[in-house]
Design a binder for this molecule. Structure first.
Ligand SMILES: C[S@@+](CC[C@H](N)C(=O)[O-])C[C@H]1O[C@@H](n2cnc3c(N)ncnc32)[C@H](O)[C@@H]1O
Length: 322
């Protein structure tokens, strides 16, 4: 790990362009084509995601933010003095502000994200607004286990995982993540988890397929990124964004659909698409409260308190090591 006072870069766990090419080729040559979700978030992807958060159709951000603001003082009361807040997939760290405002006794903040541009911008703005807070961003893939920066040593640890990012994992991988978060944060830690709960497809589908086409641009940026960074020759207009509710798996899915039969080149390989064939780019699993509670318990977390918003059910769980 390379540590400066400004930024910590976890070596070996951030995907290199070789990893990106290997992962992209593995996904695009599989019988059912896929691309890993984490590659949606380069600088442009992070910018587009922030735009999505402000869209009228995207209920999760405003629902979770409103709930966090309502319960911030309850959450703050559970946070020990001198604690470090460790956020997984922190993006622009907007929701974090509700916690930081309510818990000035938090002394260190470690935002972890795969997108360096998102971390840089968030850190600069937080340092300006919370001058007493030590902000130590960590550029890393949160699916790999990692040591926390030295600034976290000897402090009570509070994990924060909002945005229902946990829904991007399969339930099995979500269980592994929760276990590994417990190992990273330690036995005396607390963990605050935000999870979107299943609701009517009429509400969920537009959230992933908005009228202005911002989610479509976010999804298509993955192909633009393959062109920019790996020299692929995807014609963006030849693919369409599609969002579907998969009832059997209880998840929203994002796909890129080939509008015609076509061949694309990547890393010296030819990738053939039939008309209507899709690349599966993202899952957002939607849980029932009971299902997420069971998953957390199996991973070793005990729910101390929980809140569910209304009318769009979104859960925030305050947990401690069981
Ligand atoms: C759904 S967004 C949520 C952002 C923010 N927490 C919120 O609630 O608005 C997911 C975030 O996780 C980051 N991310 C996705 N996969 C990641 C990975 N494997 N490792 C680290 N960060 C990741 C993305 O860059 C993005 O900032």
């Amino acid at each position: 790990m390379t540590e400066t006072s400004e930024l910590v870069i976890e070596e070996g766990v951030l995907p290199s362009s070789d990893d990106f090419l290997r992962d992209a080729l593995a996904g695009l040559t599989a019988p059912r084509k896929t691309l890993p979700t984490k590659y949606l978030y380069d600088a442009e992807g992070s910018r587009l995601f922030e735009e999505i958060c402000g869209l009228p159709e995207y209920y999760p951000t405003r629902t979770e933010t409103a709930l966090l603001q309502t319960i911030a003082h309850d959450l703050a009361a559970s946070i020990s003095r001198h604690a470090v807040l460790v956020e997984f997939g922190s993006g622009a760290s907007v929701k974090t502000r509700a916690l930081l405002d309510a818990a000035p006794h938090l002394e260190v903040y470690v935002p972890i994200d795969i997108s360096q541009s998102a971390l840089d911008e968030a850190a600069e703005s937080l340092r300006a607004d919370f001058p007493d807070l030590q902000v130590v961003p960590l550029v890393a893939d949160f699916t790999a286990s990692h040591a926390l920066p030295a600034a976290a040593d000897g402090r009570p640890h509070v994990g924060f995982f909002p945005g229902s990012t946990i829904g991007n994992f399969s339930p099995e991988a979500a269980g592994h993540f929760l276990k590994s978060a417990l190992a990273t944060l330690g036995a005396d830690s607390r963990f605050i988890l935000g999870v979107d709960l299943a609701k009517e497809p009429e509400v969920m589908v537009p959230a992933y397929d908005d009228a202005q086409g911002v989610t479509a641009a976010f999804n298509l940026n993955l192909l633009a990124r393959l062109n920019r960074e790996l020299g692929a020759d995807f014609v963006l207009d030849a693919f369409a964004h599609r969002a579907v509710w998969n009832e059997a798996e209880s998840r929203m899915e994002m796909h890129l659909v080939s509008r015609k039969e076509q061949t694309v080149h990547l890393g010296g390989r030819e990738i053939v698409f039939t008309e209507g064939e899709t690349i599966h780019t993202e899952n957002s699993h939607k849980y029932t409260y009971e299902a997420i509670a069971v998953l957390a318990a199996k991973a070793g977390w005990r729910i101390e308190e929980s809140w569910v918003s209304d009318p769009f059910p979104f859960a925030i769980l305050l947990m401690s090591a069981a």
